[in-house]
Design a protein around this ligand. Structure first.
Ligand SMILES: O=C(O)c1ccccc1NCC(=O)[C@H](O)[C@H](O)COP(=O)(O)O
Length: 263
């Protein structure tokens, strides 16, 4: 793992909290819903494959949305989300494993557990279809990818640059997310995805993460090779409080539709 001193204070605090949290009691065994199948179904239906994120708040959010996670997830699926991501990190994102369990029972699309899993026992907290592993934060990426698969999870390996992508591919990652958010300064730059995507092998499912806020951004990421878009803030619209999550999802899922206003 890279030195913590290169990270934003909020991210250092997130990692300290993650180290303090205990793992699960047993070893989970998941019968996962396929993400590639869900993305293909969205494509076949003319939708941009969007993984919509239930993200109550974050260190960079404009506010907090305390809506019921199940209602949010249902609203996202109604707006055309191909899959759902649920933040389970409690201290900086107001998430919980219990919220993920409720969401997964309520929707029939794949559900990603979005958290800061640093060790194998951190996987055994809750069932999910996909599990996020952030390349920057783990030393034994190969071991964690294998451990996630052993439990039935589809590991989504997050990278931020070409060196991390190489580690992800060497570890056998089949689903890779390129995070446009720089965890050193918490700034978002969509060029990050554009610079890493050409190096990603064709047989890898490639996800553009963070900072996608408009249909134009969605088209830009798709033109650069994204098979799917992971979107939290633009859908949750934290500052607005009661903004329409279904409509926010729909405008991104319809970004490539000919009927969509080209904004
Ligand atoms: O979102 C944050 O403020 C954040 C801060 C520190 C570490 C991670 C953070 N976000 C995690 C994510 O990866 C995003 O929730 C996800 O990619 C969606 O991003 P966005 O659409 O920009 O909300």
């Amino acid at each position: 793992m890279n030195s913590n001193t290169e990270l934003a204070p909020a991210v250092r605090s997130i990692l300290e909290a993650a180290r303090d949290r205990s793992g699960g009691d047993g070893v989970v065994d998941v019968d996962a819903r396929s993400l590639p199948d869900a993305l293909a179904a969205a494509e076949a239906d003319g939708r941009v494959p969007v993984i919509a994120e239930v993200k109550p708040t974050s260190p960079t959010a404009a506010g907090t949305r305390a809506d019921d996670p199940v209602e949010l997830a249902r609203a996202m699926v109604a707006g055309g989300a191909a899959a759902i991501s649920v933040l389970t990190e409690p201290t900086h994102f107001d998430g919980s494993p219990a919220a993920l369990t409720r969401v997964r029972e309520a929707v029939d699309v794949p559900v990603l557990r979005k958290d800061f899993v640093l060790e194998e026992d951190g996987m055994d907290v809750v069932d999910a279809d996909l599990l996020l592993l952030i390349a920057r934060f783990v030393d034994d990426l190969d071991g964690l990818v294998a451990a996630a698969r052993d439990r039935g999870f589809q590991p989504l390996v997050e990278v931020h640059d070409r060196a991390e992508l190489e580690r992800a591919i060497d570890a056998g990652a089949e689903i890779v997310g390129v995070n446009n958010r720089d965890l050193a300064r918490l700034e978002v730059d969509l060029e990050t995805f554009e610079s890493v995507a050409p190096e990603v092998p064709d047989d890898v499912t490639l996800i553009a993460e963070s900072g996608i806020s408009s249909p134009a951004d969605a088209r830009r990421m798709r033109a650069a090779g994204a098979d799917a878009l992971l979107v939290g803030s633009a859908i949750m619209d934290h500052g607005a409080g009661d903004s329409d999550v279904t409509e926010n999802t729909r405008r991104l899922a319809r970004a490539e539709s000919t009927e969509t206003e080209q904004i």
